[in-house]
Design a protein around this ligand. Structure first.
Ligand SMILES: NC(=O)c1ccc[n+]([C@@H]2O[C@H](COP(=O)([O-])OP(=O)(O)OC[C@H]3O[C@@H](n4cnc5c(N)ncnc54)[C@H](O)[C@@H]3O)[C@@H](O)[C@H]2O)c1
Ligand SMILES: [Fe+2]
Length: 407
């Protein structure tokens, strides 16, 4: 707020667009809304989930509520972390005869992304590769509902699905507003069974979404219809809210899995960060994580967490007010410090938040070999879709510097 109490002026007069899931439901127990699916989105529901979510009892409750609302239900239980194209085609084959009107992705980002890919392939011919990249989905897909059981990816409100393809050296993305879910059902009670390391990794993923959105470029050359329009006043508000909630509650959610306030904070943070990055876009942290995740077989959130401090160091000079905000959210004693001084602390404070939830420091600690760094930089430098959102232009040499710093 300015002295007069008004909102600061937008940094530019450019046009931008903002979109999110058709409807968002949030709150402890809001899962009960599923009773209305039969009436509003269709009577034939495919649930995409995995064995852990079945063991936790969540999938059964989802099935029960859908049936109570008059829907017929088919469960595909073979979802797996970092979803791959083989599992996606198994889901599509299992569901083809059933002809679902609605696909309910229940679980972490992996199951929600499985649902998104199945929703494409149940409408349009394969292979899935046809739809990689931006705006390659030809038209409306099967209705989607995203129900997150982790607080991290924001896939329930995002236009993105990320898949592992053995024919590529790293994961690939499908980005299209046509795969943004119709409904996002964010019920923090579903995250209570989430194991501590998944809570930590996915929570750091949410932080990376918030930070990359907040620090994103302000492109002047994009139409308001672009998928990623860069930093804008709405994504900034959402990103700031997410950063503050994560600073307050991530460590508590990891150490006290049953803490209701911490779980609610993290669920709201993940949702807000998801809405932010779905419009502003993610950048260099995510571009580097794609090859790093493939090379080290580590989770998306873990790789992002390890890479984030070095990327923040590299963008520090061009995003001083943003990094100062991040630093103050993580350490209130910096409220008295000037922006330059506070911003300089941001990379180390993000690393310390990682320490508090057992994120190891350094790429070497997650299995990366020094001699692989060059290849990582080369692969990441090809991900223009993400690097274009960065506030600083990074060529291959600059990316290698970041990786060496992160090593
Ligand atoms: N679509 C997007 O917008 C987007 C954004 C960021 C990341 N992603 C992708 O999402 C995936 C990562 O998703 P994630 O971090 O949510 O983890 P995940 O979906 O891979 O789940 C990790 C593990 O945790 C288990 N789990 C999840 N919730 C649980 C619960 N409540 N109780 C018990 N077990 C539970 C799962 O069964 C799984 O074994 C990656 O593939 C990443 O690339 C997608
Ligand atoms: Fe992410």
């Amino acid at each position: 707020m300015t002295q007069s109490g008004s909102v600061p002026r937008s940094a530019s007069n450019r046009h931008w667009g903002f979109s999110t899931a058709g409807r968002v439901f949030f709150g402890w127990g809001v899962l009960d809304e599923l009773r209305n699916v039969g009436q509003e989105l269709g009577k034939r529901a495919l649930i995409c989930t995995d064995r852990n979510i079945i063991k936790s009892g969540i999938a059964e409750r989802v099935e029960f509520l859908l049936k109570e609302g008059g829907a017929e239900v088919l469960v595909f239980p073979e979802g797996r972390p970092e979803i791959d194209i083989k599992t996606i085609s198994d889901a599509v084959e299992a569901a083809r005869q059933f002809k679902p009107d609605v696909i309910v992705g229940v679980g972490g980002g992996s199951n929600m992304d499985l649902g998104k890919c199945a929703a494409i392939l149940l409408r349009y011919p394969g292979p899935l590769q046809t739809y990689y990249g931006e705006n390659a989905v030809p038209g409306p897909v099967v209705n989607l509902i995203g129900i997150p059981t982790t607080s991290g990816t924001g896939s329930e409100v995002s236009p993105v699905a990320v898949v592992a393809d053995p024919d590529r050296f790293m994961k690939v993305g499908i980005a299209s507003r046509l795969i943004t879910p119709k409904w996002a059902l964010v019920d923090p009670s579903l995250t209570v069974s989430c194991p501590p390391h998944v809570t930590a990794h996915s929570g750091m993923d949410a932080l990376s979404h918030a930070i990359e959105s907040f620090c994103a470029r302000i492109p002047t050359d994009r139409s308001p219809r672009a998928i990623f329009v860069g930093k804008n006043p709405i994504s900034d508000s959402l990103a700031k809210q997410a950063i503050q909630l994560i600073a307050r509650s991530l460590a508590k959610a990891v150490s006290e899995p049953g803490n209701k306030e911490a779980r609610e904070d993290m669920a709201l943070a993940s949702l807000s960060a998801g809405m932010a990055f779905s419009n502003a876009g993610t950048a260099a942290v995510h571009a580097l994580q794609y090859p790093v995740g493939e090379a080290t077989h580590t989770s998306h959130g873990l790789g992002n967490a390890v890479l984030m401090p070095a990327v923040l160091q590299a963008i520090l000079k061009s995003r001083i007010p943003e990094l100062a905000f991040i630093a103050r959210a993580l350490d209130s004693s910096l409220n008295q410090a000037g922006d330059d001084e506070a911003a300089r602390q941001a990379p180390e404070l993000v690393a310390r938040l990682g320490d508090s939830v057992q994120i190891p420091r350094g790429l070497h600690a997650i299995g990366m070999k020094r001699e692989q760094l060059n290849e990582m930089a080369e692969l990441a430098s090809g991900i223009k879709r993400l690097l274009d959102n960065s506030p600083v232009e990074f060529d291959q040499a600059a990316l290698l510097n970041i990786l060496e710093e992160a090593y």
